[in-house]
Every structure is written in structure tokens, then in C-alpha cells.
Design a protein around this ligand. Structure first.
Ligand SMILES: *Cc1c(COP(=O)(O)O)cnc(C)c1O
Length: 245
């Protein structure tokens, strides 16, 4: 298969749809970053995507990323979008520019420790489980607000915003209230911190236009760019592959 031609065509469609969603909501397309979700795809596919101009890539498993990233072009920026276990934090800090899936103070404290050892600051997003789904990771909104001061006190973490994987729905309009809720929670967090949180990472292949209309600054796109992934047996059937790593 000619991956580059396929990705180039898919990306053109995606970009046109981003432009249209921005036009509908009075936003600028430059405010929206595509995070190309390359999980399960080999380095050759990442190289083809990079040749099409994609620069930011999302992976959900540290182990997979550790094997893949060294085989990919050096200029790419990698974001961790899946649950992170504390025993994988050291590798995650070495591999990823941003960790989008911070979901507990304990994890944040381990990132602080490893970032200090590595001599870097780590941009992070706080993952929110907006609907309280038992199958998903992420903060309950009230708990996030309660822990925010402690999270913010960790000097090696740069809290840049919120991320969510809302409940799946066949009709993406039904997901809109969850996106809106994440945006409102961002405002509440900004009030509590007295500082801006620039990023909202929300929207996947099936609902990214709605997410953009509701303020997404990062959309995490896999299937619409690369086609369907091979079935993953460890999938939990919620439309995401948050899995034990
Ligand atoms: C896999 C994954 C995506 C991409 O999903 P698609 O529907 O293929 O676009 C986005 N976010 C997270 C957290 C994921 O695990």
C-alpha cells in the first residue's frame, strides 16, 4: 500500500473539515493541532505521515513507543495519550514531549521526581473522566479541582490544560455536552489557579469537528488518517484502547 498517498489524501480531507469547523465557530485553524495517533502502526507509517507534514504524534503505550520512536524521524514530537503507570514514568519522561494522561497526584509526583532527575520540565495535560465511566481512567471533575493546588505546586510539571476521552456515541452531537463540560471545567481550573490553561485535548476521528466547535486545541486522530487499526485483543470495548501497559 502507498501509505504516503493514502495519508496525504486523508489529511487533506481532515484539514478541510478543520477549516470548516473553525469557520463555523469563529476560530482560526492555526489554533488546532492535529495529534496523529500512530499506535499499532509501524515506523514506516509514521515516516509516511511525517512526509505529509504531520509533526505531532500520539502513542498510548510506553512500551510500544520505546520501540518505535527511535526508528522514526528525529524532528517529530511525541505525546503520551494513554494511561501511565508509575513504573513507566522514567521512560515516558525520556520519550515524550508532553504527557496528556496525568490522572492522579501520585503519578504527577513521580513525573516530578523523574523530570527532576532528567533535568527537564514536562508539559502535561490533566485527563478528566467526564462521564465517570468505570472503564476509563481520568480524574473526576471535583477531585481534579481539589487536587489542583497540589498538582500546581510541582515545579517540574507545566500544567497546560485538560484532556478527555468522552463516552462513545454513534451520533457525535451527543458527545458535544461532554466537550462543553471539559471546557467549563478548564475555566473553573483557571479561576482556581489564577493562570490560563491554553489546551483542551478533545475530539477523535468520529467527533473532532464538534470538539473544535467547543474549543479543542488538540484533536487526536488515528483512524481517519491511517485507516482502521488491527483488532486489539486487550481493548476494553469502549472505543479506546486504554489498557494496562
Ligand atoms: C486511539 C486513541 C485516539 C484515536 O482514536 P481514533 O478514533 O482512531 O481517531 C485518540 N485518543 C486516545 C486517548 C486514543 O487512545
Amino acid at each position: 500500500m502507498d501509505w504516503e498517498a493514502r495519508i496525504r489524501a486523508n489529511l487533506a480531507t481532515v484539514q478541510a473539515r478543520i477549516v470548516a469547523a473553525c469557520a463555523r465557530s469563529g476560530r482560526k485553524p492555526t489554533e488546532v493541532t492535529v495529534v496523529a495517533v500512530s499506535k499499532t502502526h509501524p515506523p514506516a507509517v509514521v515516516r509516511a505521515a511525517a512526509a505529509c507534514g504531520l509533526r505531532v504524534f500520539g502513542e498510548n503505550r510506553v512500551q510500544e513507543a520505546r520501540a518505535k520512536i527511535p526508528e522514526c524521524p528525529g524532528a517529530l514530537r511525541w505525546h503520551l495519550i494513554g494511561h501511565l503507570q508509575t513504573n513507566k514514568v522514567r521512560d515516558a519522561v525520556a520519550l515524550f514531549e508532553m504527557i496528556q494522561s496525568v490522572d492522579s497526584l501520585r503519578l504527577a509526583e513521580e513525573i516530578q521526581r523523574r523530570a527532576e532527575q532528567a533535568g527537564r520540565r514536562v508539559p502535561v495535560l490533566l485527563e478528566v473522566n467526564v462521564a465517570g465511566e468505570a472503564s476509563k481512567f481520568g480524574y473526576a471533575p471535583e477531585r481534579l479541582l481539589a487536587e489542583l493546588p497540589d498538582l500546581n505546586a510541582l515545579p517540574r510539571l507545566e500544567i497546560q490544560g485538560l484532556m478527555t476521552v468522552p463516552p462513545w456515541a454513534a451520533d457525535p452531537e451527543r458527545v458535544r455536552p461532554w466537550f462543553r463540560q471539559l471546557r467549563d471545567l478548564r475555566t473553573a481550573c483557571e479561576d482556581r489557579l489564577g493562570a490560563p490553561l491554553p489546551h483542551l485535548s478533545m475530539g477523535m476521528s468520529g467527533d473532532f469537528e464538534i470538539a473544535i466547535e467547543e474549543g479543542a486545541t488538540m484533536v487526536r486522530l488515528g483512524t481517519i488518517l491511517f485507516g482502521p487499526r488491527a483488532p486489539v485483543t486487550r481493548s476494553i470495548g469502549s472505543g479506546t484502547e486504554h489498557s494496562p501497559d
